[in-house]
Design a protein around this ligand. Sequence first.
Ligand code: ADP
Ligand code: SF4
Length: 687
Amino acid sequence: MPRDARYDILFEPIRIGPVTAKNRFFQVPHCNGMGHARPQGHAAMRGIKAEGGWAVVSTEEVEIHPSSDVAPYVEGRLWDDLDIPALALMTQAIHRHGALAAVELVHAGMNASNLYSREVPMAPSPIANPASYVPIQARGMGKSDIRDFRRWHRSAALRARRAGFDIVYVYAGHSLSLPMHFLQSRYNQRTDEYGGSLVNRVRLLRELIEDTKDAVGGDCAVALRFAVEEHLGTEGIQHDGEARDIVEMLAELPDLWDVNVSDWANDSKTSRFAQEGYQEDFIRFVKTVTTKPVVGVGRFTSPDTMVSQIRRGVLDFIGAARPSIADPFLPRKIEAGDADDIRECIGCNICVSGDYTMTPIRCTQNPTMGEEWRKGWHPENVPPRTGDDTFLIVGAGPTGLECARLLGRRGYTVHIAEALESLGGRVTQESALPGLAAWARVRDYRVNQLKRMHNVEILRGSRVTGNDIIEFGAKRVVLATGARWRKDGVGRANTRPITGFDMGSVLTPEDVIEGRTCKGPVVVFDDDHYYLGAVLAEKLQCAGTSTILVTPGDKVSAWTVNTLEQPAIHRRLVELGVQVILNQNVVAFDGSRVALACVYTGQESALPAASIVTVTSRLPNDALYEDLSGRPDALAAAGIVSVTSIGDCLAPGTIAAAVYAGHRYAREFALEHGDEVAFRRELPTIG
Ligand code: ADP
Ligand code: SF4
């Protein structure tokens, strides 16, 4: 299909200092949990973005010196020349597809605990790292430290050029870098020419931009990443306060302004807390102050929104981290007139959890993310079928839908049977909950693809039995029948059923989702620790039922620390009037009172409650597997060569894990792994 002429503007080349971007799609820096430790995986991932049409592809934070060591987090490194080859792999992979490579040079200042390098952290003034409890403080920098820092930054810029980068960033964002700490009056309490007045606090940032231009500005564009709003009132940088003054002071100095909202949680807000384009109100002033190109983000997945950003003079470049993770080929799809095929980011921040858990990035929508090198998976090119296997997939949740999509793309004949009239399984259920509507994109993308495949048959309203499967006679059977929440309270804190949980006034999450009402006060017992407990508490409280969330965790939705949502979730519950009780296990229920036990002391107390919603753990729907695996002769007689359980019906997990399971099966069902490791690894060099 030819490209829609409305989108032509997105494909205009734009000059950035001495280099030219071929279009307006700009993959801004993003972490990925691979960094310096897994350079081949990292390079392959970035190369695929370039192949997918992004005109600029950036690194994550790249540490410029051992005194900026953010271990155990895994970012990029340019400490010395030894780090150049790893990053050169990336720039080569990007240049192969005609894109520009950008590097985000970072000195993390007090945010670098230097646990590996054991250097003493540095800050404008003496301070403890506000973002961690590591019991090491940063020392205040003297004049010679500032001179050293400027020299390190300059050397890193020169190394970046040798590694092949076209754009070199100076980074004053996310409250994660020294230049930003110097700008922030709450951290900069100096009395010399680098502290006090705004002109003084901006001095170091100005010098760094000038140093970088002097060092590499003839060949490389120098970009400034600057956070224009911190959402901290007068305590922080404000878009209508000092940020505007700073942009005015430096307006024409950098070749490019990359502007966003700080900190990372405010910048990468999930769809539960912000809509596409949510940064516009804060960043739009920048283009009125500078003539240099401006890039900004906002989880942009709609080409119409992108065009509107450009036409209304908000942005010159469409910046994206998450949309480029969910669909590395987003620009190429728009260019080819295939915008309907975009795999839209759902705004869940599972990708962020890779950085937080120091493991390779993964994505709910894009199961190939992080697997480009180690498994050789490409997001768009899939191997064609190698035989005439036919498939019956049971269950059209995220696992079954992704499995069908990929097997269908490979050219196999696929039948997918779903008990319900609706498709999507848990995604359809959960996306009806407060704030989770965008999660339906997991279903919609796949159903949209499947509808166009003549070799895939979707059988709705078809609850199948073991006999049905045997009679159907597909060569391979894939069970993707999902899981159900337990009602008996068994989870992490309780390994045996909780006394009284067999009562009718105890509800499962499915009961609440299906609209069963309950009497208040209701206790939501969250021993799952991800999003669902708090989302259900929000739903119940908003429906007028007085709600108390009880968790054995020391935080509400503790795992959402890894998706940057935890503080926002707690805040929302408090604002709604949900009572929150931490560090307490539920040990019994008598219909009017819940018995709680302190997780530290075991001391019991009673809490009045008329009903309970138990969000503890799930049981796999494995009855079909049990049935079929006990009938090998019948399977053989029917010509069925394999029956495989995948996704939540094998072991309940995240939606990302379910999509991955479906994808993996469709690629690997015929592989015999034996005892081999199922992916390539990057091993340390000895010597
Ligand atoms: P997953 O996350 O692994 O995809 P889900 O629970 O989201 O799991 O989806 C499982 C789907 O399987 C649900 O839509 C459910 O209705 C369907 N299902 C379960 N058992 C059967 C069955 N016997 N026949 C057909 N569909 C089934
Ligand atoms: Fe978007 Fe979620 Fe994928 Fe991140 S993991 S890119 S937020 S869909």
